[in-house]
Design a protein around this ligand. Structure first.
Ligand SMILES: NC(=O)C1=CN([C@@H]2O[C@H](COP(=O)(O)OP(=O)(O)OC[C@H]3O[C@@H](n4cnc5c(N)ncnc54)[C@H](O)[C@@H]3O)[C@@H](O)[C@H]2O)C=CC1
Ligand SMILES: O=C([O-])CC(=O)C(=O)O
Length: 312
C-alpha cells in the first residue's frame, strides 16, 4: 500500500509520522513545494525507524507528483495555517487555489486515490474538491469532526477527571469556531449519559471550550495545532487501509441526509476501504437540527466565495 501526504509542515509531517509508526503503508510519500523540505523531514523520520522499529519507507519529494503514482490514499494538508486572532475562513483566498491544484495533480498519478482534505477552511475545501474533481463522493473525506470530537472528549475527561478512552462523544456541523456542534445529549461515560453526571454549566463550558479548541491552541502556539490533527488524520487512514469501518465525524457530501444538500458538512460516517461508506443518522431534536441548519448556512456562504473566485 502506498500513501501520499501533501504538505510536509506541522500537520502533514505529524500525520506521516503517525502513519509510519503504525505501519499503515509500505511506502509513504511526503510532498511539499518548498525545496528540500519534505526530503529533510522524511530522512529525519526514517532515522527514527531503527529506534521505533517501524518498516514503512518514507520518501520526501519537492513537487514531483510522478513519485506519488499509485497512492491508495492522499492526504492534503498543503496551505497556510491561521495566526492568533484569525478565523479559519480567512485562509480561503490562498488555500483554495492550492488545494485545487494539489488535488488535480494527485489524481493525474493516482486516479483511484481516496482524498482526505485537511487544509482550512476545511468544509469549503472539501466542497471545492467535490465540485471540481468529478470523483465519486465517497472518496472525498474532510477531516475536522474527528479532531473536534477528540477535543470534546478531552475537555469532558478533564471536567470528569476520567480517562478519555472511556468516553463517547461526537461533534457535528462545520469545522469552525462558531459552526461546530458538540452533541452533549449523546455523550456518554461507559454508557452513562454525561448529562446525568455533570451540571448544565459545566457541560456548557465543555462545549464552548471544544468549539474554540483550535483557536485556543493557535493563541498559545502562534500557529495552529498539529499533534491531535495529525493523529486524527491517521485514525481515518487506519480505518480506510485496515477496512475497520469505524464511526468518525467527517465532512462529507450531503444529499438530503440531516436535511441538507449540496454541501459538505460534518456528520457521523462509517469509514472503510472504499472511503466514507454511509452516514449514520443521529435523529437530531428540532433545536439541534436548527443549529445544524445555521452551521450549514455559514459554510454555504463560504462555499459561495469559491464561485466568486471562479474555482467552481
Ligand atoms: N482540518 C483540520 O482539522 C485542521 C486543519 N489544519 C489546516 O492544515 C493546513 C496545514 O497546517 P500546518 O501543517 O500547520 O501548516 P504548515 O505551514 O506547517 O505546513 C503547510 C505546508 O504546506 C506547504 N505548501 C504550501 N503550498 C503548497 C503546494 N502548492 N504544494 C505542496 N505543498 C504546499 C508549505 O510549504 C508548508 O510546508 C492549514 O490550512 C491549517 O489551517 C490544521 C489543523 C487541523
Ligand atoms: O485551528 C486551526 O486553525 C486549525 C484547525 O483547524 C484545528 O486545530 O482545529
Amino acid at each position: 500500500m502506498k500513501i501520499t501526504v501533501v504538505g510536509a509542515g506541522a500537520v502533514g509531517a505529524t500525520c506521516a509520522d503517525n502513519i509510519a509508526r503504525k505501519e499503515l503503508a509500505e511506502e509513504l510519500i511526503l510532498l511539499d513545494i518548498k525545496e528540500g523540505f519534505a526530503e529533510g523531514k522524511a530522512i529525519d523520520m526514517m532515522q527514527t525507524s531503527a529506534l521505533l522499529g517501524f518498516n514503512t519507507k518514507i520518501k520526501g519529494v519537492t513537487n514531483d507528483y510522478s513519485k506519488t503514482a499509485g497512492s491508495a490514499v492522499a492526504v492534503i494538508t498543503s496551505g497556510l495555517p491561521r495566526k492568533p486572532g484569525m478565523t479559519r475562513e480567512e485562509l480561503i483566498g490562498i488555500n483554495a487555489g492550492i488545494v485545487k491544484s494539489v488535488a488535480e495533480n494527485i489524481l493525474k498519478f493516482s486516479p483511484d486515490a481516496i482524498l482526505i482534505i485537511v487544509s482550512n477552511p476545511m468544509d469549503t475545501m472539501t466542497y471545492l474538491s467535490l465540485k471540481s474533481l468529478g470523483l465519486p463522493k465517497n472518496r472525498i473525506i474532510g477531516m475536522g469532526g474527528t479532531l473536534d470530537s477528540a477535543r470534546f472528549k478531552y475537555y469532558l475527561s478533564v471536567a470528569m477527571n476520567c480517562n478519555s478512552n472511556d468516553l463517547q462523544g461526537f461533534v457535528i456541523g462545520g469545522h469552525g469556531d462558531t459552526t461546530m456542534i458538540p452533541l452533549t445529549r449523546y455523550a456518554t461515560y461507559q454508557s452513562l449519559n454525561v448529562t446525568d453526571l455533570l451540571s448544565e454549566e459545566v457541560l456548557a463550558k465543555v462545549a464552548a471550550d471544544t468549539m474554540i479548541g483550535g483557536a485556543t491552541l493557535t493563541g498559545l502556539l502562534g500557529t495552529s495545532a498539529w499533534y491531535a490533527p495529525g493523529a486524527a488524520v491517521c485514525a481515518l487512514v487506519e480505518s480506510i487501509v485496515r477496512d475497520e469501518k469505524k464511526l468518525f465525524t467527517c465532512s462529507v457530501s450531503l444529499e438530503g441526509e440531516y436535511h441538507q444538500e449540496d454541501i459538505c458538512l460534518g456528520v457521523p460516517v462509517i469509514v472503510g476501504r472504499t472511503g466514507w461508506e454511509k452516514v449514520i443518522d443521529y435523529n437530531l431534536t428540532e433545536e439541534e437540527q436548527q443549529t445544524f441548519n445555521k452551521s450549514a448556512d455559514a459554510v454555504r456562504s463560504m462555499n459561495n466565495v469559491l464561485k466568486e473566485m471562479k474555482l467552481i
